[in-house]
Design a protein around this ligand. Structure first.
Ligand code: ADP
Ligand code: PLP
Ligand code: MG
Length: 290
């Protein structure tokens, strides 16, 4: 029988709704992965509501929790680490120390870093020390990075001017160490208005994918976290990177369709669960080059 993969997922938790682990854990489980959620914050709701209650986990808790798992002899069963929103560079360094510890016991373990910097237009940004940390330190250790275009622009210090420019930026990030860069959401002048586009860049090649752009009165939050979690889950299930990319686009689109049909602001993950596991739609990634 095929072993069930295990993922240590280090990101935020919201009590109500879906963002961070609250957007990623259930879908990862639904596609067949055991998830160990390590919640970096516990907030009442995601921050786009403009108000929330709750607390940030003290940075020393991250190594303590990882050591606790080591102490019961289970850390070597960790197949991958997923990290999302970071409150500080210190929290990021604690995560990298955990990744290093896990890779020393299980050299095959993977690390996916979602370099969350928020959307300036959504009113959510991270301190400069966090973006420096992501580019200078996390990229060197990550097997996969999943920025959106705003995050990629921020790494590059300029705005992408074309699709090929996005590709060049993703390749520059790839050159810092990861095996693959998944750009979850492209944005460039001249992008067709009716499409939502993504990019996968590896040492072997680059692939572009377009799915329909759906209209929402308020953009749902947590889509990036869902995307990163599903991509990692499918890679751990044995998909090649292009198949995992195509699966992720389809499964996320199914969630967006269900969310739109329910006129919901929060992602309809429970209602869409069968379609997450078995998407009815399919989008083909097409190879592109510079
Ligand atoms: N098919 C779609 N149609 C319309 N909006 C979408 C679609 N897929 C994702 N989105 C929206 O696009 C943004 C996704 O951007 P991305 O950068 O991947 O993630 P996030 O902002 O969640 O980290 C979110 O605002 C999400 O609600
Ligand atoms: C607590 C929390 N975690 C994570 C996120 C990131 O979500 P997204 O996937 O939309 O980038 C947000 C966005 O507002 C948030 O409030
Ligand atoms: Mg995001």
């Amino acid at each position: 029988m095929k072993r069930t993969p295990h993922v240590l997922a280090i990101q935020s938790h919201v009590v109500f709704g879906h963002a961070g682990n609250s957007a990623a854990v259930f879908p990862m489980q639904r596609v067949g992965v055991n998830v160990w959620p390590l919640n970096t914050v516990q907030f009442s709701n995601h921050t786009q509501y403009g108000q929330w209650a709750g607390e940030v986990l003290a940075p020393h808790q991250i190594p303590e929790l990882v050591e606790g798992i080591a102490a019961i002899g289970e850390l070597g069963n960790c197949d991958a680490v997923l990290s999302g929103y970071l409150g500080s560079a210190a929290q990021g360094r604690a995560i990298l120390a955990g990744v290093e510890r896990i890779k020393s016991i299980n050299p095959k373990a993977l690390y996916l870093c979602d370099p969350v910097m928020g959307h300036p237009e959504k009113g959510c940004t991270v301190p400069a020390e966090v973006s420096d940390f992501l580019l200078e330190e996390a990229a060197a250790m990550a097997d996969f990075m999943c920025p959106n275009q705003l995050e990629l622009n921020s790494f590059s210090g300029r705005k992408a001017q074309s699709l090929f420019d996005c590709l060049a930026m993703a390749r520059a990030l790839l050159a810092r160490g990861p095996k693959a860069v998944l750009v979850k959401h492209l944005d460039y002048p001249g992008k067709p208005a009716e499409g939502f586009e993504m990019l996968l860049v590896t040492a072997e090649g680059s692939w572009h994918l377009r799915r329909p752009l759906l209209a929402f009165p308020r953009q749902p939050v947590g889509v990036g976290d869902l995307t990163a979690g599903l991509f990692l889950a499918r890679v751990l299930q044995g998909d090649n990177l292009v198949s995992a990319f195509e699966f992720t686009a389809a499964a996320v689109h199914e969630v967006m369709l269900e969310t739109q049909a329910c006129a919901s602001y929060e992602l309809e993950l429970v209602r869409a669960q069968d379609r997450i596991a078995h998407p009815r739609v399919r989008f083909e990634a097409t190879a592109i080059s510079l």
